[in-house]
Design a protein around this ligand. Structure first.
Ligand code: ATR
Length: 273
């Protein structure tokens, strides 16, 4: 029996085990997927144990996505650019290869929701942390060429733009003023997550109706940001699809099959509502 895992701290609330085990059942794959609580100081030992005990692959979540890199043998191009890994594959010769499926998961989810014919639209990414970084590289990879990044700390947005080699960095005030120029707006900050406090990373006053507005947070499914955008008749995309597709792409790296994401998304929506 093959087995897989997700390592992180905390890990108890992860929805990945139920999602992957559901896919194994649906596809009649004799495998199992377990959550493992790994603290930062245990990371190196945990990886050695996963190898010794024969895990076929695992997901990596907070706080290990960057810290795991020195312990891997190879990195996929996207993971290398992002400097972060969320999926490890144990190759046939026993080597550990790191991938990052978060950014691609977002793009798959966006395109599942609104189609892939929106690549010419100007995109505004709000935030310049790890999540925004991954999405910026994935958007560029999939052909979204007109990218702006805004962040409370503009220097961090400038850094990502510099690495991308194209696009522009904006202050939050400039982005608010020019909000009507963007066809796709993606909320990648952790603003509004703390203690259920209501705060938007920027004002949506100038939001045009019909703009595609996505959030990477999926719990709650409708974030304050998406609720505000919906009031202004935006097309909203919740963060749930990104979670499901990052898992589906990881699953595909391990097993060479893309699982059914629709069922899973419906099941998770029922749980979250
Ligand atoms: P992640 O890995 O989830 O992206 P992160 O790297 O800690 O997390 O990044 C958090 C992002 O949320 C950053 O863009 C941060 O802005 P700064 O770079 O200026 O810190 C943004 N953020 C967090 N709280 C915010 C708030 N109250 N208002 C605006 N932006 C906020």
């Amino acid at each position: 029996k093959r087995w897989f895992a997700v390592i992180g701290d905390p890990i108890a609330h992860s929805k990945s085990p139920a999602m992957h085990n559901g896919w194994f059942d649906e596809l009649n794959i004799d495998a199992t997927y377990i959550p493992i609580h790994v603290k930062s100081e245990q990371l190196e030992h945990a990886i050695a144990s996963l190898k010794t005990l024969g895990a076929s692959g695992w997901n990596v979540t907070i706080p290990h996505k960057q810290a795991i890199i020195p312990f891997l043998d190879e990195l996929d191009e996207m993971a290398e650019k992002m400097g972060a890994v969320n999926t490890v594959v144990r190759t046939a010769d026993g080597k550990l290869k790191g991938y990052n499926t978060d950014g691609s998961g977002f793009v798959h989810s966006l395109e599942e929701a609104v189609g892939d014919g929106q690549k010419e639209k100007p995109v505004l990414l709000i935030g310049a942390g790890g999540a925004a970084r991954g999405i910026a590289f994935a958007l560029q990879y999939y052909g979204y060429r007109n990218l702006a990044i805004t962040n409370r700390t503009v220097a961090k947005a400038e850094e990502i733009i510099h690495e991308l080699g194209e696009g522009q960095a904006l202050s939050l005030a400039d982005a608010e003023q020019r909000l009507d120029e963007f066809g796709i707006i993606i909320q990648c900050t952790s603003a509004g997550l703390a203690n259920g406090e209501f705060s938007l990373p920027l004002s949506l006053e100038k939001l045009q109706q019909g703009t595609i507005v996505a959030d990477i947070v999926y719990n709650p499914l409708m974030t304050p940001f998406l609720l505000e955008a919906q009031k202004k008749d935006a097309i909203v995309v919740t963060g749930l699809g990104m979670f499901v597709h990052q898992g589906a792409i990881a699953f595909n790296h391990w097993l060479g099959q893309y699982p059914n994401t629709e069922h899973t998304t419906k099941k998770l929506i029922d749980e979250l509502q």
